[in-house]
Design a protein around this ligand. Structure first.
Ligand code: FAD
Length: 409
């Protein structure tokens, strides 16, 4: 492991540099570590602003107070072998012609670059949204949401005006995709207990979920949507669909039809886009700023740069649509990129990426969930258990891949 102060020492050509230690980038690094065991000449460098990996799929639980933040921050020193040179620094841009990653600690040269910088929240230029609403895209974000809920409930408990108390004890979640649904469910289940701890009546807090489209969990099967809506309703979540937010103000979310959705805490979970630095890079980008790649996951016209995870704009040939920004997609792409880099080093044929859909699972509250797997829809405790198992297995697999590397640390 290496910290930012040593970045200049890795300014060498002939090495593989992985930018981003999220689902895709960490997977590439872990897989390559093992593949490169008989090839000590190749340097493998991983760059991230944090010295830990974040299990983002578990953030709604951290934001809802049901999982500790430290449980979803995986220290990179625990999972990377010595073979991987880790540089903790902020990536600020790219020198494509010079094949250098520009970082807060100086340039890092590459022979092959893997871009795996993930997404940023997309506020769709809705006025006031970035200032007024919290986002949920890092463990720190999740901690902020949970802290804000506590602060709002404390203020609600101190309020003497019932209307003000109702407003302060209301959490408004913008965006009815999987993240919004998971967060709303988690909070709805936890808030009554937390309210009691603040001396408030358990039925005082409320959770409102505001979605611009005609349905929550857009793109899912009608059966799955119905089951999720039913659980949310059981939990008392007030779901508003066809409710596009026009502006976020001090008073709350102002909808396009003029209605005000007020509350004490506002969280935006309405979509993601590529990080700005990629938009300014000169790389070919498509919808939401994601980088266009060929079937081997190499940037169009830049065969020395691979892209994996949310940042890659990959069309699923079966549906004709770009694959969604999901962890399971990021892991599969990471697998293909690791194999293709190994093939490049061995002078072998590259492998085209194919996505194998394992299904869709969303937790709704702390005990129930919904799942669509192999065409079968389930809702209830089993789906929640499945989500728990997937998350547990993921954290185990990260450690297992580390253990898989035969080169001693
Ligand atoms: C709240 C939430 C819940 C989710 N739930 C699910 C789910 O249940 N199932 C599912 O399949 N998917 C889920 N997702 C989506 C999933 O987390 C993403 O698709 C996945 O994280 C993408 O992996 P990635 O490697 O592309 O990016 P990330 O995992 O985001 O990793 C990107 C990495 O790049 C680093 N980085 C970015 N910019 C810079 C920079 N300038 N300098 C240095 N480092 C940088 C970051 O620190 C990060 O480590 C969820 C996402 C969120 C936010």
């Amino acid at each position: 492991m290496e910290n930012a102060g040593n970045a200049s020492t890795v300014e060498t050509a002939g090495q593989i540099v992985v930018a981003g230690a999220g689902y895709a980038g960490l997977h590439v690094a872990l897989r390559l570590t093992a593949k490169l065991r008989n090839n000590p000449a190749v340097e493998l460098t991983l760059v991230d602003r944090h010295d830990y990996h974040q299990a983002l799929t578990e953030l709604p639980r951290v934001a809802g107070g049901t999982r500790a933040a430290d449980a979803v921050r995986v220290p990179l020193s625990d999972v990377l072998a010595k073979r991987v040179r880790f540089v903790q620094t902020e990536i600020s841009g790219f020198d494509l012609a010079g094949r250098r990653l520009l970082t807060g600690d100086g340039p890092i040269g590459w022979r092959w670059l893997v871009l795996a910088l993930g997404s940023r929240p997309n506020d769709f230029a809705i006025p006031g949204l970035a200032q007024r609403a919290l986002s949920l895209y890092s463990v720190s974000d999740a901690e902020r949401v949970w802290a804000a809920v506590g602060t709002a409930l404390t203020a609600a408990a101190a309020a003497t005006d019932p209307e003000q108390q109702r407003r302060l004890a209301t959490v408004v979640v913008g965006g009815g995709g999987a993240t919004g649904v998971e967060l709303a469910g988690e909070l709805a289940e936890m808030l009554p207990e937390v309210a009691s701890g603040h001396g408030l009546s358990p039925d005082r807090p409320a959770v409102r979920l505001v979605e611009a489209g005609p349905t929550i969990l857009a793109g899912s099967s009608p059966q799955l949507i119905d089951k999720a809506a039913k659980i949310l309703s059981d939990l008392g979540v007030q779901v508003r669909t066809n409710a596009a937010i026009a502006a976020a103000t001090e008073e709350g979310f102002r909808l396009k039809d003029g209605e005000l959705v007020d509350g004490g805490v506002f969280v935006w979970a309405g979509g993601v886009k590529a990080p700005e630095l990629v938009a300014e890079s000169g790389l070919p980008t498509g919808h939401n700023g994601r980088v266009k790649v060929d079937r081997y996951l190499r940037v169009l016209d830049h065969p020395e740069i691979y892209v994996a995870g949310d940042l890659a704009s990959v069309v699923n040939p079966r549906s004709g649509h770009v694959l969604p920004p999901l962890a399971q997609v990021a892991l599969e792409e990471g697998e293909t990129v690791a194999r293709n880099l190994d093939a490049e080093l061995r002078g072998r044929q590259l492998e085209a990426f194919t996505f194998h859909d394992k299904g869709f699972v969303v937790s709704v509250g702390t005990r129930r969930g919904v799942a669509d797997i192999a065409g079968i829809t389930t809702g209830g405790r089993l789906a929640h258990l499945l989500k728990d198992t997937i998350e547990w297995e993921y954290r185990q697999s990260v450690r297992h891949l580390r253990g898989w590397d035969p080169v001693a640390r």
